[in-house]
Design a protein around this ligand. Structure first.
Ligand SMILES: Cc1cc2nc3c(=O)[nH]c(=O)nc-3n(C[C@H](O)[C@H](O)[C@H](O)COP(=O)(O)OP(=O)(O)OC[C@H]3O[C@@H](n4cnc5c(N)ncnc54)[C@H](O)[C@@H]3O)c2cc1C
Length: 478
């Protein structure tokens, strides 16, 4: 195979995966009322890549078959620009509301293999080789992956690393004839019901003595013992006028339980190797993956800016307050685009011919977005005010008794009719006020580490030499 279509993707979801939703086990993800909308959207992502093959597909260097550009290891700045176009196309389909479309983990694994020597260090050559073979399979089958890297942790005062006796966090129990047996849990896996496989890989560094928690692997979702507890659905029945987003973009988040799961040897990439576990994520992972996450953010900010302008225009809101707030969203959007452009312009070969954008502009953006997105949401709510609630549904608009009255009393400014006004403000409510909107705001605050932690980490990556020299010229003055 190679790049697959939506129909093939949906067929793959019909297995005996153990997904729990609203009190019962899901028998068919594709047909489940709370899941089918997002499943169809993910199928549309696969179709979109085929329909836009010039932008989204490239050649697998080994097999020469067509694959998504999100699978490819960038070998030049030009490759990064090509990948940018593919990532943008995918983000546009959901205006950035689905953060974990398959390209996210495709990039992650392409980046791991691009940085293979880091995985192959300290006696982990076999693990790195298995990882490389796995990524070839990933490209060939075009699987959709979810990932779970954050430990559940119920006592934050204990820090991030599990204590020696921690039985809650995912850990290795023993070696088996065909691999390793693991038990424990992971905090959250977005997209889990819709994925073919789940990947686990390092997050925060761990101290010596916690080797049994130092694991990296990837396994099919239907692996025996693997169980997913979905959060409450925020999906509504598909009705694009009434709920333009909630009917199709609820990507789900699930708590993951590994109830004695056997991981076959060929899928184990790290097994207790402390040096590898603590180093593989430190150099190339962030700049590589953030190209996807920040392009998605740019698309979402552009959408937000246009939505704000449309809401204001629908009621001819020309107030200075609204103009000022729209200006603020535009600034966030321009800063975001500029950061991505700067990071790509300063892209470089990280070694072994693996190119990534430079990390600093992306890290700065990543650190600010957890507060920018909630502010954007606040601004749009201020502009949308009561109009987002006085926005009739499609059936009310077309009701024999109510339709005419709605047209008479609920139109917009400058000839905008009631239907158009309702459409704009319902779009606004689903972006800002619905259950799914609340989840999405939480996602932006936390999906790539909390804003708080990101800001605390800046000193780890920031170049201090030039700014220090500015201070030193006065401190060292004779
Ligand atoms: C919608 C959503 C989807 C997610 N999807 C995934 C997924 O698919 N896969 C996955 O692995 N994870 C996922 N996550 C988990 C995500 O990675 C974590 O929530 C994120 O890393 C933040 O970790 P935390 O919750 O421990 O927050 P913390 O970083 O601990 O921050 C929470 C709060 O603790 C305080 N705090 C600040 N600094 C620190 C510090 N240094 N140490 C401790 N506390 C601090 C602050 O008040 C902060 O707001 C998802 C999370 C959300 C909300």
């Amino acid at each position: 195979m190679a790049a697959r279509n939506g129909e093939t993707y949906l067929k793959g979801l019909r297995d005996n995966r153990n997904i729990w939703m609203d009190g019962s086990r899901v028998s068919d993800v594709v047909d489940h009322p709370a899941l089918k909308g997002a499943a169809q959207t993910l199928a549309a992502v696969y179709d979109l890549q085929l329909e836009n093959s010039e932008i989204c597909l490239g050649d697998n260097p080994q097999t020469k078959k067509k694959i998504s550009r999100s699978h490819m290891i960038p070998r030049s700045r030009e490759d990064l620009f090509k990948r940018h176009a593919c990532l943008k196309k995918i983000a546009e389909l959901t205006v950035g509301l689905m953060g974990r479309t398959p390209d996210y983990l495709n990039l992650t694994f392409a980046g791991f293999v691009g940085d293979k020597s880091a995985w192959a260090s300290n006696g982990n050559e076999a693990g790195a080789e298995r990882l490389s073979l796995y990524q070839q399979q990933l490209m060939e089958h075009d699987w959709c992956l979810t990932h779970a890297i954050v430990s559940p942790g119920s006592d934050k005062s204990q820090g991030d690393a599990p204590r020696a006796d921690d039985a809650i966090t995912l850990h290795k129990v023993e070696n088996t004839e065909h691999g390793i047996l693991v038990r424990g849990s992971k905090a959250l896996a977005t997209l889990a019901p819709f994925a073919d496989e789940i990947a686990v890989y390092p997050r925060t560094p761990m101290p010596e003595g916690s080797e049994k928690y130092m694991l990296a692997f990837s396994i099919p979702l239907s692996t025996p013992g693997l169980k997913f507890l979905c959060r409450d659905s925020m999906s509504t029945p598909r009705q694009d006028f009434d709920h333009p987003f909630s009917g199709r973009f609820d990507e789900q988040d699930a708590f993951v339980i590994f109830d004695n799961v056997e991981i076959p040897h060929e899928r184990v990439f790290i097994d207790g190797n402390i040096n590898v576990y603590n180093t593989v994520m430190t150099k190339t992972w962030m700049p590589n993956i953030m190209q996807q996450t920040m392009i998605r953010a740019c698309v979402k900010l552009k959408f937000a800016w246009a939505l704000g302008r449309r809401m204001a225009a629908a009621v001819n809101d020309q107030s200075l307050a609204t103009k000022q707030m729209l200006g603020e969203i535009w600034c966030y959007s321009e800063f975001a685009q500029a950061a991505v452009a700067a990071a790509e312009a300063k892209a470089f070969d990280q070694g072994e011919g693996f190119w990534t954008p430079s990390v600093e502009p992306l890290f700065a953006l990543r650190s600010m977005l957890p507060s920018w997105f909630p502010r954007v949401s606040e601004i749009l709510k201020l502009i949308g005010s009561h109009y987002m609630l006085a926005a009739p549904r499609a059936d009310q608009l077309h009701d024999e008794e109510m339709g005419g009255l709605i047209e008479e009393f609920m139109g917009g400014a400058d000839g905008i009719d009631a239907e158009e006004r309702a459409k704009i403000f319902r779009l606004g409510w689903d972006f800002l006020g619905s259950q799914m909107a609340a989840r999405n705001e939480q996602y932006e605050r936390f999906y790539l580490g909390s804003g708080a932690r990101n800001l605390q980490s800046v000193l780890r990556i920031a170049d201090t030499a030039y700014s220090d020299s500015l201070v030193d010229q006065f401190l060292r003055e004779e």
